[in-house]
Write a protein that binds this ligand. Sequence first.
Ligand code: PMP
Length: 394
Amino acid sequence: MPTLAKNLSTKINSKISSIPNPAIRSFNQKISTIPGIIKLTIGEPDLNTPEHIKRAAIEDIKNDDSHYAPEAGKEKYLEAVSKYLAKSLGVTYDPKSELCATVGVSEGLNIAAMTLLNPGEKIIVPTPVWGVYFGIIKMAGGIPVQVDTSNDHFLLTPEKLTETLENEGKGAKAVIITDPSNPTGRVYSKKNLQELAAVITKYDIFAVSDEIYAELIYGQKKHYSLTQFIPERTVLLSGLSKSVAMTGWRIGYIAGPAELMKSMIKVNSFLISAVTDNVQAAATEALNYGDQDYVAAREKYQKRMHLLQDGLEKNGYTMATPEGAFYIFAKIPSKFGCDDVAFASDLAEKAKVGVTPGSYFGAGGQGYVRLSYASSEENLKEAIKRISSYTESN
Ligand code: PMP
């Protein structure tokens, strides 16, 4: 096994060592060693990829589809993305110039950050947010400017955006909107987005819209996208990881104006050349024929959301009403104080329930924990029992 040459460890790009590993994952790993723990930590569907989607990949392999795909993605996949966006949002994207296949939204975010940000440039990030954004922005040389939304029901308001663009975010290139939100499950209304769009236009910045949870919205709430209002400055990122349980396939897409997409596709080709053929074939099937899969997943998650919300509320945990994705962001009862890392560690050790500390999601997350309900009903019921007896006895 090679050991790194003595002096080389100090010669690794210092930017990389200055960026911490994603805390969500290291905390999850740490608590995974606790015997009998029920983990509500990771945003990973417990459902499996539907059979017809798997079959599409198998057929594709059998047909020897094993050569480099075009840099922007395969024609059929991009056509399916275009059709899906037209149907779900009523927006038109030309598959030949306005779309790019990516290795999940993760790669899409990296492409967006590398394409939009020069070294030292700012991007506004409403928080609490999926903490991985911070590392991605810093790797691209950018500076994330956090805006705490915890006093605004966890939604970025036009006033807060304006205030940030006039002060610590002055000169920012872009703002990221995650809708529905990880970790809060909050969803922006049409009016919210229209008001934000007006500010984004006034300050002449880009909008990066992460819509990975778009298919997972519950009750009366409906999904809208900034691209319906300001397509000329929106970079839409989405994928199939969450909606059809395809996290391990690593597939997503970027949509945006052709001139911008030329640069994004160039970055994509330097990073990965092109997305895996059979994965694109599976995702094409999912986009073209996956409607019923979304409906089934949504029904399951909605039931679980109510189960977990009721269980937590009965035990004195409060939360902003979850409306989408598969997370609840719950405030820790005041008797436990507001050290969410200490609380989550103690809950894991004593009650054997794994939840993620809220402060890992940035400003405004302190004193909260995130619980993922992408877990079986049986697990959730048992977790509630354990949280209940822990809360009563401490
Ligand atoms: N964006 C958000 C808001 C997420 O929560 C996640 C996964 N946790 C991702 C992007 C990554 O998605 P993908 O699997 O498509 O890379």
